[in-house]
Design a protein around this ligand. Sequence first.
Ligand code: NDP
Length: 298
Amino acid sequence: MTVQILDGKATALEVRQRVAAKATNFAQAADVSPGLAVVLVGQDPASQVYVRNKHIATEKAGMRSIIHRMSADSTEEDVIALVRGLNEASAIDGILVQLPLPAHINEHRVINEIHPDKDVDGLTEVNAGRLLLGKEGLAPCTPTGSIILAKQALPDLSGKKAVVVGRSILVGKPLAMLLLAENATVIMAHSRTEDLPAVCRDADILCAAVGRPEMIKGDWVKPGAVVIDVGINRLEAPELGEGKTRLVGDVDYDAAAKVAGAITPVPGGVGPMTIACLLRNTLIAAHRRRGMALDTDF
Ligand code: NDP
């Protein structure tokens, strides 16, 4: 059996194109295009790159992108005041506070100031609660992208055994909730799980969100399973030249690909889906805030 490679780059492009088409329709109906505000505090180089990439992707999708840059010595109250202003701004549909924030600012407090209906990262307690309760809300982007890729291999996840390795608030827990919403039978595994290889081997859908390079071995994968590798780990790669690095996932890709039915590569799997799902959430938020209908089957 040949393994199906779940191409996140191509899928993300498709999602972005559909978002762009729907954003055009939205702008005609609402007389304004969806608007995403990004709050960037300080000069963290990685954050600068992420924010620039999001800005370009948002504008490419025909939406407005507004970046609010604040100095690293801004106070928590300064950042909260900005977020509250954006909550009130009628032309802003989505608010994203780029993490990490400087150490003197309480991230949790700032994130929870975002109006839940503009919380396009899906990180507020209200949206986490809505996800748990099975209510309509905005779900975190990386887990949403993981589900879209899993459904390419298995359009109906209903009744399937899903194992999620990792229980973080950002990835593992919301991914488990989204799988449950798809009627999968979900097991959440973590660092205290006994006999993790055996637990993984039982999975029809095996999701790895651990942050440990190539931890999940080929013989942990059930033959024919769908493997979703969320992990992004940078390893030194002297074989590529001095000082070079390469990205690997949490799954031993070459070994797992020999056994799996479908698998996401790293890079080029779940990673590109995150920004695509951010744009998707912004479009969803823009429609819901105005009571406009949107088919979210994309
Ligand atoms: P966290 O460090 O917050 O969580 C890691 C989880 O893995 C924890 O729940 C931990 O368990 C579990 N874990 C750690 N070691 C083991 C082990 N030996 N066996 C079983 N479980 C273990 O990481 P994140 O969830 O934030 O990220 C996970 C990975 O996903 C990282 O590689 C990150 O870079 C990547 N990522 C990728 C994104 C993308 O866009 N593709 C976006 C976000 C993250 P416990 O709770 O018991 O400690």
